[in-house]
Design a protein around this ligand. Structure first.
Ligand code: NAD
Length: 376
């Protein structure tokens, strides 16, 4: 089998695999065709890919010469007509955002594997692209906050006096939030954390964060370890407590999300107006509406002297290591998709493959995609 690697379009700097992953694919008996300059912005040259065993070709040849195509973002909607029926596309899909893209791909008879739909199970952990990219975002969010903040993160005792450590408030202790706690603590800040899942309490403490509990959080074991929508009474209590802690903070890293829904609003307008000028809010939930009422997706704004960062493409900023992690996750997925003769075998009895296959043979397959798109 030949797998093609497409060059990303727009402002994306990552590439789906780096040369080291080409070596791994060659060992699996897979030939790799990489689009010219695909790795350029992740600091992997065409020569690096060739040295690892890949062939380089123009986009049109990569598309026509590959059984399966890999990319980080789905190829442009206009590209769909250039794909052949039965061809496999593998990328991070965001099915709701790209529903018309997906419908076009289904009608074209393409098999679409959505990497963001890989089940969050123990067996699929090594393929979990969402976790890898959230790790990058949590790390980079803290560094961005530290560089924007007009204060030190750590405590300083010097001849010029003592400087108090900064206070960082983390909203949501999922993968990005836990990484943000670890990095903010390493930089010497005092860290306080809110989450609605009691399971994260011990993890927060073990990373050196203070978990602030709001009584009455709703949890649902059927939600697969994810958060669920809270009651109005809980939301009000939580917003009040967050307001108190935000006023005392220098930085807020907001990561709270509820799968398939709008992000919960945790930082109200009045909270931002009561925060110290010079403070920084990094809203990693911006793409799903934001945890702060004032966040503007992909924009950096200043309100009452508070920086509100609605950027969400930190993995693209960390193109080298983010591509490395992405590629490793892809290789681990290929290990269950490809047989010993290097043939692609889509075993729909496998929960990972079934859950990840958005469309195949003109049908919507994944139950989660069907739910998200309201398909009976
Ligand atoms: P996410 O991005 O959906 O949410 C981030 C965090 O926000 C979560 O911890 C959530 O509880 C929290 N949150 C939601 N609403 C909130 C509110 N109103 N107030 C405060 N916090 C709120 O989550 P994620 O980082 O993708 O993962 C969440 C969990 O999923 C993990 O901690 C883990 O239990 C599970 N998970 C499992 C695997 C695996 O086994 N392969 C991989 C990744 C995640």
């Amino acid at each position: 089998m030949t797998i093609g690697v497409l060059k990303e379009t727009g402002t994306e700097n990552r590439v789906a695999i780096l040369p080291a992953e080409v070596v791994a694919m060659k060992k699996m008996g897979i030939d790799v065709l990489v689009e010219t300059n695909a790795g350029e912005r992740a600091f992997a040259t065409d020569s690096d890919f060739i040295a690892a065993g890949a062939n380089i070709a123009e986009r049109i040849e990569v598309i026509s010469g590959s059984e399966m195509l890999l990319s980080i973002n789905p190829p442009l909607e206009d590209d769909i007509n250039t794909f052949k029926e039965g061809q496999v596309l593998c990328s991070v899909l965001s099915p709701v955002e790209n529903s018309s893209w997906l419908e076009k791909a289904r009608l074209r008879g393409l098999t679409v594997l959505a990497l963001d739909l890989i089940p969050r199970t123990t067996r699929a952990q090594s393929m979990d692209i969402l976790s890898s990219m959230a790790t990058v975002s949590g790390y980079k969010a803290v560094l961005e906050a530290a560089s924007l903040l007009p204060r030190f993160f750590p405590m300083f005792m010097s001849a010029a006096g003592t400087i108090k450590p900064s206070r960082v408030l983390i909203l949501g202790a999922g993968v990005a939030g836990l990484q943000a706690i670890a990095i903010a603590r390493k930089l010497g800040a005092i860290v306080e954390v809110f989450d609605v899942r009691s399971a994260v309490k011990e993890e927060v403490k073990s990373l050196g964060g203070k978990f602030i509990e709001v009584e009455g959080a709703k949890e649902d074991s059927a939600a697969g370890g994810y958060a669920v929508e809270q009651t109005e009474d809980f939301k009000r209590k939580q917003q009040e407590l967050i307001q108190q802690r935000a006023i005392a903070s220098d930085v807020v890293i907001a990561t709270a999300q509820i799968p398939g829904r709008k992000a919960p609003v945790l930082l109200l307008n009045e909270t931002v107006y009561s925060m110290k000028p010079g403070s920084v809010i990094i809203d990693l939930a911006a793409s799903t509406g934001g945890n702060c009422e004032l966040t503007q997706y992909r924009k950096n704004i200043v309100v009452n002297g508070v920086n509100i960062i609605g950027k969400s493409d930190y993995p693209s900023d960390m193109s080298s290591d983010a591509s490395k992690m992405f590629g490793c996750n892809v290789i681990n997925l290929l290990k269950i998709l490809v047989d010993k003769e290097a043939r692609l075998v889509l075993n729909m009895q496998d929960d990972i493959i079934n859950g990840t296959t958005a469309t195949h043979g003109g049908e919507y397959i994944s139950q989660r995609v069907r739910q998200m798109l309201n398909i009976k």
